[in-house]
Design a protein around this ligand. Sequence first.
Ligand SMILES: *Cc1c(COP(=O)(O)O)cnc(C)c1O
Length: 440
Amino acid sequence: MHQFNFETTALHAQQIEEVTYLRLAKSIGTPFYAYSCAQLKHDLQKLMSTMPEELNFLYSLKANPNMSLVNVIHQQGVGCEVCSLTELETALCAGASARDIIFVGPGKSDSELARCVDLGIKAVVVESLGELQRLETMAAQTGKSQAFAFRINPNFTSEKARLVMSGKPRQFGIDEDVVINALNHLDRYPHLTLAGIHVYLGTRILLAEAVIDNTRNILSLAEHIEAKLSHPLSFVDIGGGLGIPYYPKEQFLDLDATAQGLAPLITQFQANHPDTRLIMELGRYIVARAGIFVTTVRDIKSSKGKTFAICDGGSNCHGAAAGIAIRKNFPIKRLGAASDAEHSEDYMITGPLCTPTDLIGNAVTLPQLQVGDLIGVFHSGAYGPTASPVNFLSFGQPAEVLIDGDTAIQIRQPEHLKHVLAQQLPMPVQLVSATHSAVK
Ligand SMILES: *Cc1c(COP(=O)(O)O)cnc(C)c1O
């Protein structure tokens, strides 16, 4: 396996900050996710100090909605981008104020819209004109005024994102031409004010020039839109989707080069639009490096020339490491002290599921493993348990723990048997009349 540069993560194989993985595993059992508070703050500070200072940051809770992590992130001066009612309430519980929160995402429910209006959040980012109309109705009912932004599916696209979200037929955002036309009819929405525009082009961007090109395109679209308005936009959200390397051959995004390329674009835009704030929303880039997934080797066996290390948590806890489309190895290490002169072997790292797709490491070269050894999957703080099939084989959510110096705080209890069964107690449904067609 290729040698991953773990130095850059400040996490190494024995301990996370001042707590050893061994002690953690003994204390709370495996599998679990551990997050380093220091790493999280370091990555955020580096981002904010390197990028042009006019840029404001929002954290996309989707990447990791754990309330304690959101709290740490928010305390560093970062707002929240949420996509569900639960994420919205999580952001509030984590200390964010309504003015720091935008709500994005297709298919928002009436109760989500109502809660946004009730709180008066920074902006509801609408994904269709139908949604805009529902938001207007909602605001009119309460007699309130609500700020909104158009999520735009622009005519340009990003060639360099790994997962493209726009510039093509997509369920996200509103086609650019439709938005431009809607600007002529804003008086149809008397309880709403257009506060901004939002463009999210894609995720896992590792090239500085991709971020710079995207930003140039988005800012020129913003110029075009502002020219048609009687008031300045209060913000332009240029999306984000900055990546971090997972696989061999992937490089860290050159943050300095990104910042240098963005600076003149941003300076010029701000000169023409001093009242418009520029926002970048990031999930993965903020939390990925702070997290590590820890799982215990339960069994070792060989089959037709390959050696399998079967662990107590696999793709059910870490779907990303198992790969949905492409299967490449995340940085994986055996945790704990290394003894001298050990020879290494290639291991298939698998979990407890009854499917061959439950493979989180393919032919990973590790020092010889024994049953009971701990395996760590690094760069795992983003899209971990929440984007994994945690209910497969009824295992439930793994535990999460936040490390700060020499203290360890459990920030999510694992889901055990009793929780899983309790959700299934049969209950009679109070059937209602079906005359009302709209599902709320
Ligand atoms: C997923 C998502 C993000 C976060 O993406 P990352 O790649 O984790 O930074 C931001 N904005 C929107 C609209 C998203 O859907």
